[in-house]
Write a protein that binds this ligand. Structure first.
Ligand code: CUA
Length: 160
């Protein structure tokens, strides 16, 4: 009887150890992926009154700002298009996009990158990216948003 209990305890310990080992491996893997892929996971950067997006604050003036060697872009995804109408960046410089919607849910997907952000009215999405190749990058909406969804396209330009 005592012998049996001893064995069970040993198995339990082995499983606990296995569980902890898996968690550790998972954390290391996620950290590694974030470092190597560049962190393009969109994060919530705050909330905003969707009815005021067009009237006040940063998004009422959609634009690209140069801050030192980097860019900050304030983007409106609306039915049916994106503002600013034109975005230009120099290659190799980090771009941080802040994106929101004044109407319904959209997305901000930049072709040939892993930028693919859900844009929810009332929330500000933030995503950073460094373009490594010059060219034109189409921007499209992956979220069905109404009659003009298929035409909700734009592009950004990365200059050498
Ligand atoms: Cu916006 Cu589909």
């Amino acid at each position: 009887m005592e012998h049996q209990e001893y064995i069970i305890e040993r198995y339990e310990r082995a499983w606990i150890f296995f569980g902890l080992a898996m968690i550790t491996v998972f954390i290391i893997l996620v950290g590694y992926l974030m470092l190597t892929m560049g962190n393009t996971n969109p994060v919530g950067a705050g909330r905003i009154d969707a009815t005021k997006v067009r009237i006040e604050g940063d998004f009422a003036n959609p634009r690209v700002e140069q801050v030192g060697n980097e860019y900050v872009a304030y983007v409106q995804a609306f039915a049916f298009g994106y503002l600013p109408a034109e975005m230009r960046f120099k290659v190799g410089r980090k771009v941080t996009f802040y994106i929101t919607s004044p109407d319904v849910q959209h997305s901000f997907h930049v072709h040939n990158t892993n930028i693919n952000v859900q844009v929810i009215p009332g929330e500000i999405a933030k995503v950073s990216y460094t373009f490594t190749r010059p060219g034109e990058y189409p921007i499209i909406c992956n979220e069905y948003c109404g009659i003009g969804h298929a035409n909700m396209i734009n592009k950004l330009i990365v200059e050498p």
